[in-house]
Design a protein around this ligand. Structure first.
Ligand code: ADP
Ligand code: MG
Length: 267
């Protein structure tokens, strides 16, 4: 069964979409079966995966509002190696429509359940806010990846995000946990970066990924070509970093599986 991961942070511009697209491509490059779900009406992850958001027959909007199934909404995307459920401006309407629908927090979870066995990982990109779309993502996921820029205000935002995860945990999804904190646009020459980074490690311990994503212009350029950086400049520092992140995520996942099997045997 797929591991479903939400990439979120209420702050905009921290590297959520960049992480979603490039982690999806990197996992796929290691032969994992990956589905990327774009839940941001801006549709940047869709476009960044080489899918035209203006040209979607079935998008995340139709999926959430029950107008189409996951099988219909999934776009096979061999060019980048992973499948995509795309989004565009229509998704803003979903928020309002969802309010009227039964089990409105669980629409995504229910919609994905028939196809979940076809994948190893499902990655969900989110808008920079906590709305019903993000709640749907969190209710469907087992883990949250939080991209963070190591700057002063970053820590402020994170405490409210942790509060939200706690609430979702209690009310909607007891399985949800922080999968990892990812330091993005990392510049080790800046002393503030180093300070914030060491605070993060003090507070979150091994939840902080060892892999850091450097500031790298190739990562910023790749979306304008509709490509993950791996297909735009595979030797760039950005590309190497996201491949390393995929490796770290896979190792952690394998280790967790072993631990839980051991625990089951001991019971
Ligand atoms: P979010 O989805 O959190 O709003 P994005 O992933 O869209 O953030 O990133 C914001 C901007 O920063 C984009 O223009 C993106 O191309 C750029 N960017 C993201 N990560 C990096 C990086 N590691 N190095 C350089 N530019 C980056
Ligand atoms: Mg984004």
């Amino acid at each position: 069964m797929a591991k479903i991961l939400t990439i979120t942070n209420q702050k905009g511009g921290v590297g959520k979409t960049t992480t979603c697209v490039n982690l999806a491509a990197s996992l796929a490059a290691t032969k994992k079966r990956v589905l990327m779900v774009d839940l941001d009406p801006q549709g940047n992850a869709t476009m960044g995966s080489g899918v035209d958001k203006h040209d979607l027959q079935h998008s995340a909007y139709e999926l959430l509002t029950g107008k189409s199934t996951a099988v219909d909404a999934i776009i096979k995307n061999p060019k980048v190696g992973y499948d995509v459920i795309g989004s565009n401006g229509d998704l803003t309407a979903a928020e309002v429509e969802l309010l009227q629908l039964p089990r409105r927090e669980f629409r995504l979870k229910a919609a994905l359940s028939p196809i979940i066995d076809n994948y190893d990982f499902v990655l969900i990109d989110n808008p920079p806010s906590l709305n019903l779309l993000t709640v749907n993502a969190l209710a469907a996921s087992s883990g949250v990846i939080i991209p963070m820029q190591c700057e002063y205000y970053a820590l402020e935002g994170i405490s409210s995000l942790i509060g939200t995860i706690d609430k979702i945990n209690q009310r909607l999804n007891p399985n949800l946990r922080i999968e990892g904190i990812l330091r993005t646009m990392f510049d080790p020459r800046m002393s503030l970066t180093k300070d914030v980074s060491s605070h993060l490690v003090d507070y979150f311990g091994d939840k902080v990924y060892r892999t850091v994503i450097p500031r790298n212009v190739r990562l910023a350029e790749a979306p304008s070509h509709g490509l993950p950086v791996l297909f735009y400049d595979k030797n760039s520092r950005g590309s190497v970093a996201y491949l390393a992140l995929a490796g770290e995520l896979i190792r952690k996942t394998t280790q967790e599986l072993k631990n839980s099997q051991k625990a089951e045997q001991q019971e």
